[in-house]
Design a protein around this ligand. Structure first.
Ligand code: NPQ
Ligand code: MG
Length: 374
């Protein structure tokens, strides 16, 4: 191992990318991605990481303005407190005095890892233990303004493009009817799942009736029906349903993943690098899933090519047994910050260049806000 790179600068870069179509979920509609990148400068390389926070604290308590503040005032100073030579392996320990803010800390860890691996000429996927050079791609379909006809059109066009599984966003009032329509139109062979983003109340009999009806549709899984802390409710209904329960928002570290699996609250794990606080915690969760033979897949947060590259590297590990929300750049953006990820036969190619293997195109950052924080 070479000596850790010297961090000469840390910058927060904020850039807005319009979405190719609005993305509506149970917590609202997005028209653009307000992306936040962390850039670290070292003598031999720069490194990039993407903070996957949403602009408002609706998916989790984290949000982008808060991430900027905690990075500038707490995480970056903590990381540099013992000196400017920092190895990505030491980032979790250096940041351990700060609680929470997983998405912000993940972005910083990835940026340092990218710089260090670039300097060493090693690709992130290879370093993490990749076992495949391409990963199967699924797609997340928002709640369309045009109702069921538009949903059917969108699903048809994603299938034409080659996506290997479809995930539909659901919310009370938009669930059984649209999902029945998708199942009827595309048949039992369609790999189909739903994501409720915690919108259902287990004490509301109408909500439970709707979820029970979804259980009849041969779905691959139902993702996060209830609020993040309701582990026992997820376990209770997971026992009643044929459909596997997958948790997303509930799982913020490896111990929570182990508890959720052991209590029967989930049979499938959605892993998001940001939600769990970075690469080290992702690897710990990967070990739990492999040990317990729990299927896992890589989630998505409408990342630009920077975050997408990290996701695809993770998804190349052996435990990722299901297609992820690792869609092509064109699913979200007409122009990505990096060279685009493209769908090839339903898969994304895992970058093999040093570090993340991709970097922002300078022209795409010309209108961005830069704040130097170290
Ligand atoms: C999920 N993502 O799996 C999320 C949540 C989500 C791809 O379905 C702006 C930025 C809006 C990030 C809406 C997918 C978002 C967002 C939903 C993430 O739960
Ligand atoms: Mg989800």
């Amino acid at each position: 191992m070479s000596s850790p790179p010297k961090i000469e600068s840390v910058e927060l870069v904020r850039v807005r990318l319009p979405l190719v179509r609005p993305f509506r979920t149970s917590f609202g509609v997005q028209h653009e991605r307000d992306a936040l990148l962390v850039r670290v400068g070292t003598p031999d390389a720069e490194g990039w990481g993407e903070c996957v926070t949403t602009a408002a604290p609706v998916y989790s308590p984290e949000y982008t303005d808060g991430a900027v503040q905690v990075l500038r005032d707490h995480l970056v100073p903590a990381m540099l407190a013992e000196g400017r030579a920092v190895s990505w392996a030491s980032v979790p320990r250096l940041l351990s005095a700060v609680r929470g803010h997983h998405m912000a800390r993940a972005a910083l860890e990835v940026a340092v890892a990218d710089a260090e691996l670039r300097t060493g000429g090693v690709g992130l996927a290879e370093r993490l233990g990749a076992v495949r050079d391409r990963v199967p791609a699924g797609v997340s379909v928002g709640i369309p303004d045009g109702g069921i006809p538009e949903l059917l059109e969108q699903v048809a066009s994603y299938l034409d493009e080659g996506y290997l599984r479809i995930k539909c966003k659901v919310t009370p009032g938009w669930d059984v009817e649209p999902l029945r329509a998708v199942r009827e139109r595309f048949g039992p062979g369609l790999s189909l799942q739903v994501d409720a983003n915690a919108a259902y109340d287990p004490r509301d009999p109408e909500h439970v009736r709707a979820l029970d009806a979804l259980d009849e549709l041969g779905l691959g899984l139902i993702e996060q029906p209830f609020a993040p802390t309701l582990i026992r409710d997820h376990a209770h209904h997971a026992r009643r349903w044929t459909t596997q329960v997958c948790l997303d928002e509930s799982l913020e570290d490896a111990l929570q993943v182990r508890d959720a699996i052991e209590s029967g609250a989930c049979g499938v794990v959605n892993l998001k690098l940001g939600r769990v606080g970075g690469l080290h915690e992702s690897l710990a969760i990967h070990r739990v899933c492999v040990e317990t033979e729990t299927p896992m897949w890589c989630g998505g947060m409408l990342e630009t090519g920077i975050g997408r590259a990290a996701n695809v590297a993770l998804a190349s590990l052996p435990g990722f047994t299901l297609p992820g929300d690792t869609s092509a750049s064109a699913r979200y953006f007409s122009e990505d910050l990096t060279d685009p990820f493209v769908l090839e036969d339903g898969h994304l190619r895992v970058p093999t260049g040093p570090g993340l293997g991709v970097a922002p195109r300078p022209d795409m950052l010309s209108g961005a806000d830069h704040e130097r924080v170290a």
